[in-house]
Ligand binder design. Structure first.
Ligand code: MF3
Ligand code: CO
Length: 249
């Protein structure tokens, strides 16, 4: 069941979303060769608590940390660890969620650690562009899979592949609500997009083949072929006059 949000509720999601945006900006500043992903997680947790919010992921289905940090062939849900130390050339995806006043915000970015390969640069750029193409379709009257199709088309145009085992989602009083928002699909299909929907749109894009495998920790999803992966996500409200990004300063 899709839960439509009032403008007041959207403002609350925006409050959470701005904290998430600030955490991601702070992590970006701290990413450098030699820092552990646990240090980034500790920064995020402190920041969220100091802002009067709570981490959204910690404790969710037993997830142990505040953020997800996924390096290179890790697609999503990488668990921060003191033993994972970033090195120059790594590609790092960071996913952050916060809850304020009972409402959730959720966003992710992929950043380079020092200089990265041209392929990694292109993968980041195309994934972020695909998110933008998807967001543009999030307007009343469109169909949900218009978002999906726009993302898929842009990704495949550049010879990359979209992950199918994980999808975006509605968000509000819960981190995950209906509808699911796949990153693949056919234009003109799916439920009609309505004003008041709030969607976490999150393309996960692999440089190689689409298939992913979940590791023994039961969280970390990696590409089956070992290829690089990137992830960008925004929480987006559908307003009468179009999409509004709630996880951006
Ligand atoms: N952005 C991801 C999602 O929406 C992060 C969830 S991590 C979890 O699914 F630990 F909370 F599951
Ligand atoms: Co999400």
């Amino acid at each position: 069941m899709v839960i439509l949000k009032s403008l007041q509720e959207i403002e609350k999601i925006h409050k959470a979303g701005l904290i998430v945006a600030d955490v991601l900006a702070g992590i970006r500043e701290r990413v450098r060769p030699g820092i552990s992903t646990l240090a980034l997680d500790e920064f995020a947790e402190q920041f969220i608590l100091a802002a009067g919010a709570k981490p959204a992921f910690k404790g969710y289905r037993g997830y142990p940390r505040t953020v997800c940090t996924s390096v290179n062939d890790q697609v999503i849900h990488g668990i921060p660890s003191k033993d994972i130390v970033l090195k120059s050339g790594d590609l790092l995806s960071i996913d952050v969620g916060a809850v304020v006043d009972g409402f959730f915000g959720d966003a992710a970015v992929t950043v380079p650690v020092g200089p990265v390969t041209a392929q990694a640069e292109q993968l980041m750029r195309v994934t972020e562009e695909a998110l933008g193409r998807g967001i543009t379709e999030a307007r009343p009257g469109n169909r949900l899979y218009d978002i999906s199709a726009a993302i898929q088309k842009h990704v495949e145009l550049h010879g990359f592949s979209v992950v199918r085992e994980f999808v975006g989602h509605g968000i509000g009083r819960n981190l995950h609500e209906d509808p699911q928002v796949p990153n693949f699909g056919e234009r003109g299909r799916g439920p009609r997009i309505q004003a008041g929907m709030v969607l976490a749109i999150e393309p996960m894009v692999n440089a190689g083949k689409s298939r992913t495998v979940v590791q023994d920790d039961q969280w970390t999803a990696v590409t089956a072929d070992g290829s690089l992966s990137a992830h960008f996500e925004h929480t987006v409200a559908v307003l009468e006059d179009g999409p509004r990004i709630l996880t951006k300063r």
